[in-house]
Design a binder for this molecule. Structure first.
Ligand code: SF4
Ligand code: SF4
Length: 152
């Protein structure tokens, strides 16, 4: 993985620690999840419902939505082994799914309020955001709360 991509994902992971997934299950029901190197080895049960697509410079295999690991309570039945893409959602390598994910919307709304600019997730903007989050100076923002991610 290129160094800048690795950095981006490390920063995204840290940002996500300050927010809570709303557990709506929209992502798991509606989006295909790309299978990355190392994912299959980690999964307790191999996925059955996959598809391969060719892009300009890549071959991507993904789990077709709705994800077969989502249970009837909108929880991920393989949470501790879930795919890499799931760990960073709504941040993705190919952009960010903001508007339809309540968590993504919360993150971008807060960023836009404190930074007074549009939120395009990249390492520079995530660094800037993290300075605020780490310092705790956003504690008085009404919807902001430090929390652990819930299961989905
Ligand atoms: S990541 Fe977003 S879309 Fe997925 S369950 Fe959480 S809030 Fe819903
Ligand atoms: S979090 Fe679990 S249920 Fe949701 S897409 Fe990922 S593997 Fe599937």
């Amino acid at each position: 993985m290129p160094e800048n991509e690795k950095r981006y994902l490390e920063l995204a992971e840290e940002v996500l620690k300050y927010f809570e997934c709303k557990g709506c299950g929209w992502c798991c029901k509606n989006l295909g999840v790309g299978i990355e190197k190392g994912d299959i080895e980690r999964l307790p049960v191999e996925p059955k419902n996959t598809r391969v697509i060719l892009t300009e410079d890549n071959v991507i295999e993904y789990i077709k939505p709705p994800c077969e690991y989502l249970d009837e309570n909108n929880s991920c039945s393989i949470y501790d082994h879930r795919l890499k893409e799931c760990r960073f959602f709504p941040f993705t390598i190919r952009g960010m799914r903001l508007n339809l994910c309540p968590l993504g919307k919360e993150i971008s709304d807060l960023y836009e309020m404190v930074a007074d600019e549009k939120f395009f997730p990249n390492p520079e903007r995530l660094e800037k955001f993290l300075k605020h989050l780490r310092s705790g100076d956003l504690k008085n923002v009404y919807f902001f709360k430090i929390s652990k991610q819930s299961k989905r």
